[in-house]
Write a protein that binds this ligand. Structure first.
Ligand SMILES: NC(=O)c1ccc[n+]([C@@H]2O[C@H](COP(=O)([O-])OP(=O)(O)OC[C@H]3O[C@@H](n4cnc5c(N)ncnc54)[C@H](OP(=O)(O)O)[C@@H]3O)[C@@H](O)[C@H]2O)c1
Length: 243
């Protein structure tokens, strides 16, 4: 990995870092010199990624946490507070998806999706703000989805969670602007990961957005000057219809 200038000594937390888009965002941020705190439930995979980043000359620390468990998040943020004393960037990326007709959808699956995808984002934001508000700076990037403003069949619970993330993002952005904190949402269409293979098994991998495209979008947001603010970025598959 070539370490580029840009995010030296910035402390960044990426949720859902163990695979897919989160893994790609984590390696991209580490490649710009950030200290990346990697979190997800699969500790073994997280530690492998931590080693990979460190061996390439980057800075990373794997900390297992289930974002639907408040205790896990309290422990994670305690560690960040004690070890680094600050959090410059939070990337809320972790999410789950189960897909099917609403009429037959299990209540347990609905609750799980809302607990991880929406409540987990709420909890991470709340805990991050305890560090960001006193510092009068910080950037929260929420990985939402095309399902944050559209609704496709068989995706009602997932779409509800992502619409919720958009509501949270919009409200929070206006709440924390006065504290010098930025909040943006990225809304991707189909990206080549495990999640899309469950959601849209009909789509061929060759037409899906690359994980790296989302990582580049995160880097772009972080590269803007203090004078500019991007509220949301919608990234669709090139083969999907425009606007
Ligand atoms: N792929 C797409 O087409 C697409 C499109 C639009 C938006 N998105 C969004 O992009 C983000 C990343 O999705 P992806 O496609 O990369 O999915 P993915 O490959 O399934 O990865 C999901 C990540 O979230 C972690 N995770 C799941 N539940 C968790 C929990 N309770 N606590 C902590 N971590 C948890 C997983 O790790 P563990 O299993 O180790 O916990 C994994 O690292 C999600 O917000 C998703 O909604 C994806």
């Amino acid at each position: 990995m070539i370490i580029l200038e840009g995010l030296q000594d910035q402390v960044v937390l990426v949720t859902g870092a163990s695979r897919g888009i989160g893994r790609s965002i984590s390696t991209a941020l580490a490649g710009r010199g950030a200290r990346v705190v990697l979190t997800a439930r699969n500790e073994v995979v997280l530690h492998k990624l931590e080693n990979e980043i460190m061996l390439s000359g980057g800075k990373a620390e794997a900390v297992r946490a289930d974002i639907s468990e408040e205790k896990d998040l309290s422990d994670l943020f305690k560690l960040i507070t004690e070890k680094y004393g600050k959090l410059d960037v939070l990337v809320n990326n972790a999410a789950v998806g189960t897909f099917g007709r609403l009429s037959e959808f299990s209540i347990a699956d609905f609750d799980k999706i809302i607990n991880v995808n929406l409540r987990g984002v709420f909890l991470c934001c709340q805990k991050a703000l305890k560090l960001m508000i006193p510092a009068k700076s910080g950037y929260i990037i929420n990985i939402s989805s095309m399902q944050g403003f559209k609704g496709y069949k068989d995706q009602s619970a997932y779409a509800a969670s992502k619409h919720g993330v958009m509501g949270l993002t919009k409200s929070l952005a206006s709440e924390v602007q006065e504290h010098g904190i930025r909040v943006s949402a990225i809304l991707p269409g189909g990206v080549d990961t495990e999640l899309i293979r469950q959601a849209r098994p009909d789509l061929d991998a060759s037409v899906l957005i690359k994980k790296e495209d989302i990582a580049e979008t995160v880097l772009f947001l972080l590269s803007l000057s203090d004078r500019a603010m991007v509220d949301q970025i919608i990234i669709r598959r090139r083969a999907a219809s425009s606007f």
